[in-house]
Design a protein around this ligand. Structure first.
Ligand SMILES: Cc1cc2nc3c(=O)[nH]c(=O)nc-3n(C[C@H](O)[C@H](O)[C@H](O)COP(=O)(O)O)c2cc1C
Length: 373
């Protein structure tokens, strides 16, 4: 379908070589080679998740994608300052560790886990090693999220023949990304599932940011003359794509919709929860240490009520690893992060990822044709 008509966004096609203006977000634990290839084979841009992956795994996964598709694809990683170089656990004040662990201790009996006031172990710095592999492998597209790519990094990717896409949550970051030479900007609205795309930790009210519609409008005005601008956050189907094209955008980036697809490696329980008509999402830093939109749960209510500071970087995830791992092993949907965007209430079914792309493009074309009648 995407191949048989002129590209919906010629500018994005020129920038990234994608026939359908739909990018699938890199998502750890969700976006493996099968999902990426299914999206790219359908004419969108599939994006592999490289966060927390050892360099050998990043290389093997890139090569696996290449075996499954000859279309352009991307590889994503976070560039957050505290993820690129993780804080030293020993430097966290005792009372901060104690307060965070005490809040988690109230939940540990659910899984018969021992209470602890221990500091978490250090989180290994894997980002720069993964970036080297991406450059060596001359990937078609580098997708940066949760932190900006600096000019020198953009230039190294360009020298390797890779395009660079940067996801940002403010106009100022969009302008800086364009100044650093990126080829495409993604405007990430507050509706987005998963982590907010900032390079450092902000307060909750700052991290909430703007709606997708507001941010897209401002971003198109600020940088749209220089580079294609994509919208992310709360977009579920072809109506959302048509709306963003009508606004003057060049396409969309979707996360939540692709979690609930056949090729996604997310747990069946998560896919089911996303497609059961639920609408309640919230922003929490209790799972990882960074602000992320998830389905509301007993954990998010407990963490909100505890009113304690999350550990920095991703050390909060390390502090609660026993709890979150036990929840995952037992398929407990109340004690693990089920990332979801605010559009989750409209998600239906668990289709193949290629079908998502085909339907979105067809629906967007129909919407735009109706407008021009
Ligand atoms: C499960 C999940 C994991 C995500 N992981 C990443 C990631 O590793 N890197 C990244 O840049 N963005 C990540 N995101 C955020 C997306 O890039 C994007 O902003 C968001 O999914 C768009 O909103 P939507 O979920 O409403 O479509 C993730 C989102 C979800 C839902």
């Amino acid at each position: 379908m995407a191949n048989s008509l002129p590209a919906l966004s010629p500018r994005l096609f020129a920038a990234l070589g994608t026939e359908a203006p739909v990018v699938q977000s890199g998502m750890r634990g969700v976006a493996g080679p099968e999902l990426v290839a299914a999206v790219s084979n359908a004419g969108g841009l599939g994006v592999l998740a490289a966060l927390h992956a050892e360099p050998d795994l990043v290389r093997a996964s890139i090569r696996q994608v290449r075996e499954l598709t000859d279309k352009p694809f991307g590889v994503n990683i976070w560039l957050h300052e505290d993820v690129r170089s993780s804080p030293n656990p020993e430097a966290i004040p005792d009372d901060v560790v104690r307060a965070a662990q005490s809040a988690l201790n109230e939940l540990r009996p659910r899984f018969e886990l021992e209470p602890t006031l221990q500091r978490p172990e250090a989180v290994p710095d894997l980002v720069d090693a993964a970036l080297e592999v991406m450059i060596e492998e001359r990937i078609p597209v580098f997708s940066a999220g949760v932190g900006l790519p600096e000019e020198a990094l953009v230039s190294r990717f360009h020298s390797a023949g890779s395009k660079v896409v940067a996801m940002v949550a403010t106009v100022a970051d969009g302008e800086e990304a364009v100044g650093n030479g990126v080829d495409v900007v993604v405007a990430q609205g507050t509706e987005s599932g998963g982590h907010r795309s900032y390079g450092s930790k902000l307060t909750k009210s700052e991290a909430l940011g703007s709606s997708t519609l507001t941010l897209m409008t401002e971003m198109i005005d600020a940088v749209g003359a220089a580079v294609p601008v994509l919208a992310a956050g709360g977009i579920i189907d072809g109506r959302g794509l048509a709306a963003m094209l009508a606004l003057g955008g060049d396409g969309v980036l979707l996360g939540t919709r692709f979690v609930a697809t056949k090729e996604s490696t997310a747990a069946q329980m998560w896919k089911k929860r996303l497609t059961s008509g639920e609408r309640q999402t919230t922003l929490t830093d209790g799972f990882t240490g960074q602000w992320a939109r998830v389905l509301r749960s007993e954990f998010t209510s407990h963490w909100d009520a505890a009113k304690v500071e999350a550990l920095p970087g991703l050390l909060q995830a390390a502090a609660g690893r026993d709890l979150f791992t036990a929840a995952k092993q037992l398929d407990d949907d109340q004690m693990q992060p089920l990332y979801a965007g605010a559009g989750v209430g409209s998600l239906e079914g668990i289709p193949g990822a290629g079908q998502v792309i085909d339907q979105m493009v067809a629906e967007a074309r129909a919407c735009l044709a109706r407008l021009s009648q």
